[in-house]
Structure formats: C-alpha cells, structure tokens
Design a protein around this ligand. Sequence first.
Ligand code: P6P
Length: 332
Amino acid sequence: MTLTTIERHIIDEERRHGPTSGTLTNLLHDIAVAAKVISREVRRAGLNDIIGATGDVNVQGEVVQKLDIYANDLLSGYLSHSGRVCAIGSEEDPEPLLVEPSRAGKYVVNMDPLDGSGNIAVNASIGTIFSILPKKSTGNATAADCMQAGRHQVAAGYVMYGSSTVLVYSTGLGVYGFTLDPTVGEFVLSHTKIRYPQRCKFYSVNEGNSAYWDTNTRRYVDWCKQIDPDTHRPYGHRYIGAMVADFHRNMLEGGVFLYPKDNKDAGMSHGKLRLLFEANPMAYLADQAGGAATTGTERILEIEPTDLHQRVPVVVGNTAEVERYERFSRES
Ligand code: P6P
C-alpha cells in the first residue's frame, strides 16, 4: 500500500506543472503545517479555555471566537515570515497584512482562518479556507494585490475540522483530499481527483431565511423540494452552518450550496459570504471538480472585486443546478 503524504503529492504536482521556483510548493506545505497546529487546538478547544467568544466584534460585525483569533494569528504570523508571501487578506482583519518588502514573496494569500466558528461551542464542523494569487503589482505589495478576480487564483483549498481533519486543495490540476493521521502527524492522500457526481442529492441553504428571499431563490428551492422520481426529487436538505462542511459533502456526494442575497439585513443585501475569503476559493475548487459557482447573474470567478470585504450571493455545486438557478434568476 503506497503512502502518499501531502508533502509528496505537492512535489509531484510541482513536477506536473513543469519548471517552477518551488515557492508555491513550499507555501502549500506551510499551510499544511499550520493546519496541523490549528487542528490540534480545535481538538483541544474544550479543554484549554480557547472555546467561546472574546467579547470582541470583527470587521464583519460578528462576535469573535477565541479560536478565530488563534487561527488568524497563527496563519498570519507563520505565512508572513515564510518568504513566500507578500500580502495576506483575512476575513478577521480590516486591512491586509503587507509583508516587509525585504521578506516578501511572490504570492498573496486570502483566507478565512476559521469558517463557521459559531459551530465551535457545539462541537460541529468548522474549517479554514485559503486562496492563493500571484502578486500583480510591480512595486511593493498593496491591498490591490489581494483584490483580484477569482479566475487569477493559482491554488485554493480548505481544511475541514470534522470527524477527522481533511485538507482539500487544487493547483489547477484537479482536486485532491488528504486526511490527517494523528498517530503520525501526516496528511495522507485519501481523495484522488474529486469530481461532483452527475446526480445532485442535496441542497444546502438556511431555510430560516426563506421569508426574506428573492423570487428566484424561492422558486429554485421550491423546485428542489418538488416530488419527481425521474429527477430524484425532492433532494435531501443538509445544512451544517459552516460552508466548508456543506461544500465538502456536496462535492463528494452531489449537491448545491446556496447563500443567496436576502432582505433580512440591510448590511447583507448582497449576501453574507465574502467574495475573496469564501466564494472565490470555493468557486475555484468547484470548477476544478466539474462544478460551478454563480451569484445568479454572474459567475463568481469573473467578479472584479471592489472591496476587500465585499459580500456576494453564492450558489455553488453541480453545474446543472447552478445553471438551473441562473435560469430562474433570468426569468425573475
Ligand atoms: P447562517 C459561517 O458564519 C458562514 O460564513 C458560512 O461558513 C456558513 O455557510 C454561513 O456563514 C452560515 O450562515 O446565517 O446560516 O448562520
């Protein structure tokens, strides 16, 4: 039985890309190391007083969990000293961290250091999401380096802290998953070239917001719930409250995740999820796995960012479902 660790896989992929500096390889390795440390803390959160809220509110207006800060500080500190990164955009920080030019590298990392942190206190799945872009400015890095359309990503991935810790990533050559073996402290290849199944089995959306949805969302979700054996409907409904977990299940089993815009909260009239830290990396992975991601009127990867913390509506999963939602949006 061949044991393929993430370190070995990353190097094999580097060779598939042809001659490179190896910087992206090293950056992905750095992220895997940080993920192991965060996983350890997540698994111990209930024991070492880093569960619960700090009492602060972040730039998103969300209550900050202690683990949010731990993960953000760890990733920012570790990656900014790696020599691979020139700027780090984080859901937790108002402005990007711009690395000291003498230590700056050629990549930008945008991240949600701990996605779904509201699930921590109830021991439900949470995750880390990362997006890697090439530095585009010619001089010292600026915030503009973080604000590039998702089609420019060179890699993206997530770590899901669930019943096991799984790191899923792509550098444009397909999507691969690695499960952390805590007995040896290695991420071991467990999912090769993940592809969305042809059939959609699940839809994931917060039905509690249905009274605030636009017509297109209501029509699509009602369609998912209609009885039609020929199209295997009604689809099952699964919603964990952490995008990483819902996205992961849907990519493996077949499904569509929606966080549409709604008129519940004026501050979220464009949806809740952040373009740079959640939507773009997940859209990149979905595309690499044969799926798609849309706002309803625009593909996520084509959006030109206008703000670091810009929110967008997100519908991501099986391409047929994404296209169906887009049809409902056009008709509405
Ligand atoms: P709601 C977590 O806060 C998050 O950003 C996503 O991971 C998740 O899918 C969504 O928000 C959950 O939001 O409003 O349904 O609790």
